[in-house]
Design a protein around this ligand. Structure first.
Ligand code: HEM
Length: 431
């Protein structure tokens, strides 16, 4: 057992699995939507399809999967105790699913009443989730930068959802708010303050453990989260105060911080003593290369006017961040967590260790590698489709296919858990 992990308070296996099993199918919906909409969907960030695709993945895929991982991670890695995890998950998940479907339907149909209908669902779901997690994160006696990054990430999630609900209500009721500025603040908190902060905090813990690298340097973990938070406050402040002097400087610093995290993780992978090339490591490499490409493209967006004024540049940045960084890193993480969850819960059934199958038997390595290849192909096609719209349908089909394959791989893992569990129970009954 890893010295920094405590499994006594791990939630029932159904808690993380219910989120993991649902997440990929939102990716499938996103792929089908793109395949169905075709060339125009990616023409600018403001098309109804682009907004729907963004939230199918940000809320349907990312938030679902991250919620499942957090339920598992908090008790096991930072010793926190989420209050009645099964009850919280039972309440939060259906609200999240319904809210996401309403929001996406509202974007696609331009019936803004649907956006309004999504608002109370998100306030309840994310509100309940954030409170349950925040209590656990504040009560734990643990210390360290993973814990602080998680605390900041949940603050980021709350800000994102509050701003999202304000945007949705403004569209539904025609409120006179500065939509573009608010959207820019909302997206920075959603992708930076929530998703990247959580990813970084979790990776301080799991990259050295799962990918056998050296630990992240202390100066890096102490500096990254607070600096990111400070820059997000500056980014938001300049819009709130209507101060247009600093956007390039704040944007450039934000990009530099993103780049630093990507480069540091790649460096740790590159300098590790034992080279492993399993799906998690490769997925993380794809994610970090995408993050580096995002930072470089973002710099071009700010510095080269011809690139900055092309509406497709922001879509390119969005594909790199959402599919390249987050879908990749989250998928890689799920491929590591789920076999481990199976093993952990099987060995808790009380059978002798020798009766519990090896983690490698929980998820077929070839299936993971095949799915990873299709995901990389889908990512490349999506990026190409931003500039060559004729490729949009093919990119959509590839993304739907890779998400469905992920969904199927996870279903197989659960089926294997059930099979092994039944075998162990049968042996216990008839030794
Ligand atoms: C936590 C996860 C979330 C993330 C990562 C996220 C991300 C984003 C991004 C990247 C955009 C910009 C899209 C673009 O420029 O094409 C956006 C816009 C928007 N988001 Fe979210 N979002 C999240 C949650 C929400 C929620 C919960 C709501 C509503 C209840 C919401 C409502 C909106 C609206 C209405 C817009 C578009 C505003 C407009 O048309 O100007 N978002 N979001």
């Amino acid at each position: 057992m890893h010295p920094n992990l405590s499994f006594d308070q791990a939630p029932p296996i159904s808690v993380p699995y219910r989120f993991f099993l649902v997440a990929p199918w939102f990716g499938v919906m996103a792929g089908i939507l793109l395949a169905w909409s075709g060339a125009d969907a990616l023409a600018s960030r403001w098309t109804p399809e682009a907004l729907a695709l963004t939230h199918l993945i940000a809320l349907g895929f990312m938030l679902q999967a991250m919620a499942g991982a957090v339920f598992q991670f908090i008790p096991v890695a930072v010793g926190g105790n989420v209050w009645r995890p099964r009850l919280v998950a039972n309440a939060v998940q259906p609200l999240l699913v319904l809210g996401t479907l309403f929001l996406v339907a509202g974007f696609l149909s331009s019936r803004f009443g649907l956006l309004s209908a999504a608002v109370p669902l998100f306030l309840l779901a994310v509100g309940g989730f954030v409170v349950a997690v925040a209590l656990a994160l504040w009560r734990t006696p643990a210390t360290g930068m993973t814990l602080w990054a998680m605390r900041m990430a949940f603050g980021g999630l709350a800000v994102t959802v509050l701003l999202g609900t304000l945007l949705a209500e403004s569209l539904a009721r025609g409120l006179a708010v500065p939509m573009i500025e608010l959207t820019n603040i909302h997206l920075a908190w959603g992708l930076g303050g929530w998703a990247l902060m959580l990813l970084a905090g979790v990776s301080y813990h799991v990259v050295p453990m799962f990918q056998l690298t050296r630990p992240y340097p202390a100066w890096f973990t102490r500096g990254f989260g607070p600096l990111l938070l400070l820059l997000l406050l500056a980014w938001s402040g300049q819009y709130v105060l209507g101060d247009s002097r600093w956007p390039v400087a704040t944007g450039a610093l934000l990009l530099a911080v993103c780049f630093a995290y990507g480069a540091m993780t790649l460096w740790l992978q590159y300098t590790r003593r034992r080279k492993i090339h399993d799906a998690t490591s490769l997925y993380f490499r794809v994610a970090m290369l995408s993050l580096a490409a995002f930072a470089v493209s973002g710099a071009a967006y700010f510095l080269i006017p011809a690139i900055g004024t092309d509406p497709r540049t922001v879509v390119w940045l969005g594909v790199l961040a959402i599919v390249g960084v987050f879908v990749s890193a989250i998928t890689g993480m799920m491929y590591k967590i789920t076999p481990f969850l199976n093993w952990l819960h099987l060995q808790r059934l009380g059978a002798p260790m020798s009766a519990v199958p090896n983690m490698k038997k929980m998820l077929d390595a070839d299936a993971m590698t095949g799915q990873l290849r299709l995901h990389v192909l889908a990512l490349l096609l999506l990026l190409a489709a931003v500039w060559l719209p004729g490729l949009a349908r093919l990119a959509g089909v590839a993304f739907a296919g890779s998400s469905a394959w992920l969904g199927w791989n996870l279903i197989c893992t659960v089926r294997r858990y059930r099979t092994f569990r039944d075998q162990i129970r049968a042996v216990a009954l008839h030794p």
